[in-house]
Design a protein around this ligand. Structure first.
Ligand SMILES: Nc1nc2c(ncn2[C@@H]2O[C@H](COP(=O)(O)OP(=O)(O)OP(=O)(O)O)[C@@H](O)[C@H]2O)c(=O)[nH]1
Length: 344
């Protein structure tokens, strides 16, 4: 479900899961007290005590940072169970049917819009059947009550669906603006900082050990600008990004400075990272960049550095820059990784 969501939407859903589990748990226990003491509906009271307890258990796991994916589904099923029991056992004149309209938004908030539609349809059927038989009284016209219920029920789903879609589109375009370099389309420094955050938090130990970074700097780029003009320099930077995208997915290529790029290599040993960097260096050396009918040749120097757990963003850039400058000082157009360097 999370694959097509932006980090901010996932965060929003996690926040809703947290507060909904607490609020619904407390509400259910309050309603249980009313059912035991005032309405004399002990069966309903027991269901509310059990489900409310489960919701508070979900909240406890959020609090302990140990939420499992099934908690969200179990939470919405527990809320649905209570709403259905109240609707089934309570007198229709008390207005318990209104709680059913809360279900489609709840499903949208806690799951994906697709799952929400499946849940909404699945629970609309028993709800309509129960409502039909319960409203067969002088106070209601059964078939009209069911029709009105179904229309409002699915409209509430539709509004949440449209809102969530719109939220996602806006969030994606904001994310693009915030994390993408407009000139080259590569990811920018903000995106790299976010990667660092995930790296320390979400990567496994093995993934962390096998992550290497390549800092790629175009040699004597000032000369390109001076000889052909800034706009030609811009075109070279854009074509350099395209070339790097041939080697690596677009979500691991970053432009971190004027003519400085960075590639994150996951699942690569030091030797594999070095070979990868060498292949890029050779490709750039052989490539011809074009702009305004000019043919431009450039080379790159590449520093390769392993990424260590808990290294700060600044420390890492300093370490990788050291490797890059070693490559520059040894004559440029070369790859350097710690003490191992390859010159050409
Ligand atoms: N066209 C263009 N040039 C840029 C951009 N950002 C930085 N530059 C230029 O990149 C050049 C970088 O120059 P230097 O830092 O001296 O490095 P260099 O000439 O590449 O030399 P070495 O890195 O030492 O090999 C400067 O001339 C900047 O103006 C940009 O977005 N577009």
């Amino acid at each position: 479900m999370h694959a097509k969501y932006t980090p901010s939407l996932i965060e929003t859903k996690a926040m809703l899961h947290k507060w909904l589990s607490l609020i619904s748990g407390l509400f259910m226990w309050c309603f249980a007290a009313v059912n035991f003491l005032i309405l004399h509906q002990p069966l309903l009271g027991v269901v509310e005590i059990v489900c409310g307890g489960f919701n508070l258990f979900c909240f406890y796991h959020v609090y302990r940072d140990s939420v499992k994916t099934w908690h969200s589904v179990a939470l919405l099923l527990s809320i649905t169970t209570v709403i259905f029991c109240v609707f089934f056992f309570a007198d229709l004149r008390a207005g318990s049917v209104f709680w059913l309209l809360f279900l489609p938004p709840l499903y949208c908030l806690l799951t994906s819009t697709k799952s929400a539609l499946i849940y909404s349809i699945a629970f609309a059927i028993p709800a309509a059947v129960i409502l039909f038989f319960k409203s067969d009284t002088d106070a209601y016209i059964a078939w009209r009550a069911v029709t009105n219920f179904l229309i409002t029920y699915f409209l509430s789903y539709l509004i949440c669906y449209l809102y969530q879609k719109q939220y996602l589109v806006r969030d994606l375009s904001l994310q693009k603006m915030a994390f993408q370099d407009p000139l080259t389309g590569a990811r920018n420094r903000h995106a790299l900082k976010l990667f660092f955050y995930d790296f320390n938090k979400a990567f496994t130990k093995q993934q962390q050990e096998d992550t290497h970074l390549l800092i790629i700097d175009i040699d004597f780029f000032k000369r390109v600008n001076d000889a052909f003009g800034h706009d030609v320099g811009d075109a070279v930077l854009a074509q350099m990004t395209e070339l790097l995208h041939l080697y690596a997915d677009s979500d691991v290529v970053y432009r971190i400075g004027g003519e400085e790029f960075l590639i994150v290599l996951k699942e690569h040993t030091a030797q594999q990272a070095l070979n990868f960097a060498e292949a890029i260096r050779k490709h750039v050396e052989d490539a011809v960049f074009h702009s305004k009918e000019q043919e431009i040749k450039v080379t790159v120097s590449i520093g390769v550095a392993p990424l260590h757990r808990d290294q700060t963003f600044r420390d890492f850039l300093r370490a990788a820059d050291k490797n890059l400058y070693s490559a520059k000082h040894k004559g440029r157009n070369m790859v350097h990784c710690d003490d191992t360097s390859k010159a050409h």
